[in-house]
Structure formats: structure tokens, C-alpha cells
Write a new protein. Sequence first.
Length: 178
Amino acid sequence: MKPEFDALIIGAGPAGLTAAYQLTKAGRSALVIEQDPTFVGGISRTANYKDYLFDIGGHRFFSKSKEVVDLWDEILPDDFVERPRLSRIFYGDKFYSYPLNGFEALRNLGLFESALCMLSYAYAKVRPIRDPKTFHQWVRNQFGERLFSIFFKTYTEKVWGMSCDEISADWAARSSRR
Ligand SMILES: Cc1cc2nc3c(=O)[nH]c(=O)nc-3n(C[C@H](O)[C@H](O)[C@H](O)COP(=O)(O)OP(=O)(O)OC[C@H]3O[C@@H](n4cnc5c(N)ncnc54)[C@H](O)[C@@H]3O)c2cc1C
């Protein structure tokens, strides 16, 4: 039997829904299959718990791609809510900007830990991993192994549920610009 659609899309998260939207605009038909019995939106959706609305993580929209921004303006012409944003890591009784600000981190960490971080940073700069492939390698090149293990490893692995050695360097480069 011939399928009655041009594209089969697995997953109704932002990627799947956007692909289906674009295909439909281009005159193609698409079937989206979602494993969740109730919701679309993947991990970007807003969940309703006892009439309180929660995002799964502090989701905000940010893109340097004009094409992507235009698309969202097209879909939500009046519904974008602009909010000032401040993301910080609370570590050792101090707040650290997220994305990390190297100088602020060193100031907050104190003399001894900062010295170790500087040494580790210098080592990473002198001996960078050529062509970093993983999140771990990319962050280690940018900040040094010590800052990676203090600020990036546990947080990232908790959020994404996977090892920093399995997340791609490409994702690290993009998320650090948020
Ligand atoms: C804590 C947190 C904070 C974040 N903050 C931001 C932010 O501020 N800004 C931002 O731009 N991004 C943010 N992100 C990232 C963003 O949530 C993801 O990049 C985005 O949701 C990815 O969309 P996706 O469609 O690729 O995948 P997902 O959102 O994961 O959607 C995948 C969908 O596919 C379905 N699926 C999976 N397997 C199958 C299958 N076999 N059959 C059928 N259905 C299937 C899933 O149920 C899900 O609905 C954040 C992520 C997290 C975890």
C-alpha cells in the first residue's frame, strides 16, 4: 500500500513540528508520530501541574539565525513575551554567571582554587585537543579541565542525562553563546 503522505516524521518536538510545518508550507504532506499519548512539544513544552504551568527547564528563545527568528515571528506574531534574563549557578555559597564568565569565576573561587584553575587553563591553551569532538573536549579547551569539572560536568550531565563525552562539541559551541 502506498503511503498517503510525502514525509514521515518521528517525534513532535520543536524539530519534528517545524519540519512538518515547513513541508506543509512547501505543498508536501507529512505525518508526525509522537510517542507521548497526550502532549506535543517534546522537552520544550509547558507542563500543567495542578493548574500551575511549568516549563521543563527555563526555556527561552534565542537564535542568531535570522531565518529561525523570522519563522518564530511568523508562527507567534503577538505571543512572544520579552523578558530580561539572568541565569546563574549557585556553587559554594556564591553565584556564578551562566554562561560562565572566566574572570568572575576566578574571583569567586578564591586564591588557591583560582591558581589551580589558571594552571589547568594554561595547560589547555598550550596543549589543546585538536579538533574537539565532544562537549568535554570543547569546554576543556575553552576553560581548562578544572573549571570543566567544577562547573560544567555535573550540571550538564544532570540536565541532559548523558555523559559530557557523548554530547557533541558542536552543541557546546552553540549553547555557550546563549
Ligand atoms: C533544562 C533544559 C533547558 C533548556 N533551555 C533551552 C532554552 O532556554 N532555549 C532553547 O532554545 N533550548 C533549550 N533547551 C533545549 C530544547 O529543549 C531542545 O533543543 C529542543 O526541545 C529539541 O527539540 P527536538 O524536537 O529536537 O527534541 P525533543 O524536544 O526532545 O522532542 C522529541 C520528541 O520526539 C518524541 N519521540 C522520541 N522518540 C520517539 C519515537 N521513537 N517515536 C515517537 N516519538 C518519539 C518525544 O516524545 C518528544 O516529544 C533546553 C533543554 C533542557 C533540557
